[in-house]
Design a protein around this ligand. Structure first.
Ligand SMILES: Cc1cc2nc3c(=O)[nH]c(=O)nc-3n(C[C@H](O)[C@H](O)[C@H](O)COP(=O)(O)OP(=O)(O)OC[C@H]3O[C@@H](n4cnc5c(N)ncnc54)[C@H](O)[C@@H]3O)c2cc1C
Length: 226
């Protein structure tokens, strides 16, 4: 299920040769030579499968990825910032005045013309009050009227270990649709530049059984294919 959002996910910066660097860091633990002397000499896939497979996830913390995300709702970012092993810089509602209605419309609302009209009208009313309040009180107080659906921009930096954890939780069918859409796009971008580290990334059902028990979506085959 998707919504009408202007979501844009850009991989701003990332550790070049992340697979090679993490593999060299891993092999340096068992070598007389330092990472700079063994980088590029082994098979990164074999090394990472072996070391990370043993649970030494710290090796992939050497790879860092920064994303610029825009056109998503505050509802999404409220969930996103619960991930503590990450760095965030979010557009301020104290310093940036949101002059015109700018919000995400969930698919379920957009698909129903009657509900969609009610939603749109409510948003326009909210922004009308916001703009009246902004003339009388500081923007940081006027913003109390703004909704969860209000759009925002955020810059996210996570290392590969945290990203694997984030993708396991947020690419799962059980995750809320908007954050799942963003996580799936982040994963696609990560796979392009670091195919080994992110090869099996995604919800747990991609590589093993679903841990969600009774709350499982019940479609592991479909999720895996997706
Ligand atoms: C489908 C879904 C539904 C959710 N529903 C709710 C809900 O109803 N209510 C709600 O409040 N939240 C909810 N959450 C948020 C969830 O509880 C987590 O806060 C969020 O997913 C971040 O996960 P995390 O703490 O594992 O990740 P991170 O904060 O990124 O941490 C990564 C890992 O680091 C370790 N770590 C980080 N900080 C600590 C610490 N202080 N002590 C020990 N270990 C630490 C843990 O191993 C952790 O898994 C939901 C999340 C999902 C995916």
């Amino acid at each position: 299920m998707t919504g009408l959002s202007k979501m844009k996910v850009v991989l701003l910066s990332y550790t070049r040769d992340a697979d090679e660097i993490c593999a060299a860091a891993g092999r340096s633990c068992y070598s007389e030579k330092p990472a700079d002397e063994i980088i590029g000499t082994g098979n990164p896939e074999k090394t990472l499968n072996s070391i990370v497979g043993m649970g030494h996830y710290s090796v992939i913390e050497h790879a860092v990825f920064t994303f610029s995300v825009s056109g998503v709702s505050r509802s999404l970012t409220h969930q996103l910032v619960r991930h503590r092993v990450a760095s965030f810089s979010q557009q301020s509602q104290r310093y940036v005045s949101l002059n015109k209605p700018d919000y995400v419309t969930p698919h379920t609302i957009a698909d129903d013309p009657e509900i969609s009209e009610i939603y749109k009208k409510a948003m326009e009313d909210i922004w009308d009050v916001y703009s009246k309040l902004s003339e009388k009180v500081p923007v940081e107080d006027a913003r109390y009227i703004l909704p969860n659906g209000c759009t925002t921009n955020i810059t996210i930096t996570m290392n590969a270990r945290e990203l694997l954890h984030f993708f396991a939780l947020r690419c799962c069918e059980r995750a809320q649709w908007e954050i799942r859409e963003m996580a799936e796009e982040m994963l696609r971008l990560c796979k392009e530049v670091s195919p080994t580290i992110f090869r099996d990334a995604g919800p747990p059902c991609v590589t093993g059984p679903c841990p969600e028990g009774e709350k499982s979506c019940g479609h592991p085959k479909r999720v895996k294919k997706h």
